[in-house]
Design a protein around this ligand. Structure first.
Ligand code: SAH
Ligand code: SF4
Ligand code: F3S
Length: 472
């Protein structure tokens, strides 16, 4: 067994990353067997699940969305906050119950929680019925682990980050929009965050491999790619090949694919050259997710974010000036240890200045092994909850305002599908990533069409199809 060692993680920065090809030569040993896959967490995990699905289907499994029908359950977990843990352990209870009725049921746990030493110990001691634990650095070993499945629990998790794998195949969730990994891991070590420990150091894929993937997606009819990394602005720096994120963006734009977006941008690595490239190309969406975390310099420093309130606002203004109609969204944490009412008011001040199009807001959750978890938390849960509520009220008011500004405008919308609850409606996203619900028009799925916005809500827009001949 190879247990992750959180305390060592920061030291593991000088081992050489090797590019390797993924192996797909597996027997179809699980024909007529069904798998149930549940994904928690961010887009990285959603995309990793597409990789997992492909392996499982190569082995002969087919997917079911009904837990009780499955022969294999895979939980792709997230460790970002305590409630993510609770959800997984809660669900594991259901799986345990099912295994009592179906003793041959296989249970596999992967994702970021598997990279946490304390979680692995808990699974080992309290959940012996879990068959396989695999990590974020060895997803490609899942077929082998399933084929070799032993009577006792198998834990195969690596604390040394993986190499960069090429040739990965995916069973993608969509035929219209696709995730494209451009880099793995994170070297920022924000003091509250578990990700650098669960995903390892920053490793970029080579530019030519990313471009080849985008070209192939375009040829297969994909309309939109999202370039994925925990901190995309740091792309390429580990490669020392003379190119960086602005060069990658430019090359991806030149493939001519209809829409390009990227997540997530850390304000610290955002250069004005990058903003210029985003402004220059019509197919790079005017949408930037720019996590703020806090508006207080003192708290930002404690968080290890490497920018001040003023620097954040300067970057924000630069982006707004250079990219017309840009939509900027953010992440904010409230109730970090030592956060005073004055600190919190600084955060509200930034929200009032930036009027974000939308924001994900969180109560600080201490994570085992991170430096912040060692700071005495002197903010009561009551205060944290009260701040979150005040913040959400403000954030939602600005989201509604931003949406209201679009009413009576005609905007390009990429139509993604039918509304699940109301089949007479379709939905899609503007190039600023706003959700639009539209009456009728199933034939438009997969197309970018001009839509007239009729009504604004806090989290979505209602629009109508514009008669032919209207240009946008
Ligand atoms: N790489 C991205 C964020 C990834 S995690 C970035 O740096 O911007 C997504 C969000 O979860 C973070 O932006 C942060 O707001 C939140 N988050 C991370 N760790 C957290 C913690 N310990 N408690 C509460 N929220 C947290
Ligand atoms: Fe976590 Fe900070 Fe890295 Fe984002 S940049 S993943 S918040 S350590
Ligand atoms: Fe969660 Fe891991 Fe993503 S901790 S947010 S799934 S990188």
């Amino acid at each position: 067994m190879n247990l992750p060692d959180l305390k060592q993680a920061k030291k593991r920065t000088d081992n050489e990353v090797v590019e390797k090809q993924v192996e797909y030569n597996y027997p179809k040993a699980f024909v007529n067997k069904k798998y149930f896959l549940r994904t928690y967490g961010c887009q990285m995990n959603v995309h990793d699940s597409e990789e997992i699905r492909k392996y499982l289907e190569i082995l002969g499994f087919s997917e079911t969305t009904v837990l009780e029908e499955s022969d294999l359950v895979v939980l792709n977990t997230c460790a970002i906050r305590e409630n993510a843990h609770d959800k997984v352990f809660g669900y594991l209870g259901r799986c345990k119950h099912l295994k009592r009725e179906k003793p041959d049921l296989l249970i596999a746990i992967g994702g970021c929680m598997s990279q946490e030493e304390n979680v692995v110990c808990e699974i080992k001691t309290k959940h012996p019925y879990v068959d396989i634990v695999f990590g974020t650095h060895n997803i490609n070993e899942l077929p082998k682990l399933l084929l070799e499945n032993k009577a006792k629990q198998t834990i195969e998790v690596y604390s040394i980050e993986g190499d960069v794998y090429e040739g990965i195949q995916y069973k993608r969730d969509s035929k219209i929009t696709a995730w494209v990994d451009i880099m793995y891991g994170c070297d920022k070590f924000c003091t509250y965050c578990i990700v650098p420990y669960t995903r390892g150091k920053e490793r970029s894929r080579k530019l030519e491999n990313i471009i080849a993937e985008v070209e192939e997606l375009k040829q297969n009819g994909y309309k939109e790619v999202t370039l994925l990394g925990q901190n995309v602005n740091a792309y390429g720096r580990d490669l020392n090949m003379g190119y960086d994120f602005k060069d990658l963006l430019e090359k991806v734009a030149q493939t001519g694919i209809d829409r390009i977006r990227f997540v997530t941008s850390h304000p610290w690595n955002f250069t004005s050259e990058m903003i210029d490239v985003i402004a220059k190309y019509d197919n790079i969406m005017p949408y930037i997710h720019l996590p703020l975390q806090s508006g207080s310099d003192g708290i930002l420093k404690l968080m290890g974010r490497r920018y001040t309130k003023e620097e954040y606002l300067h970057l924000y203004n630069q982006i707004k000036e250079k990219i017309p109609n840009v939509s900027i969204t953010t992440d904010i944490i409230v109730g970090f240890p030592n956060e005073t009412e004055e600190d919190f008011l600084e955060t509200l001040d930034v929200v009032n200045t930036c009027k974000f199009d939308s924001a994900f807001t969180f109560i600080y959750s201490p994570r085992v092994g991170t430096p912040a978890s060692l700071i005495k938390d002197n903010v009561t849960m009551e205060e944290k909850e009260e701040r979150l509520q005040r913040l959400n009220t403000l954030v939602n008011a600005y989201s509604l305002e931003a949406n209201q500004r679009l009413v009576e405008n005609i905007v390009p919308v990429l139509i993604l599908g039918e509304n699940e609850k109301d089949k007479t409606r379709i939905y899609g996203y503007t190039d600023t990533m706003k959700l639009v619900n539209i009456e009728g028009g199933c034939d438009l799925i997969g197309k970018i069409v001009p839509i007239k916005i009729k009504e604004a809500k806090s989290f979505s827009l209602d629009g109508e199809i514009v008669k032919e001949g209207v240009s946008i």
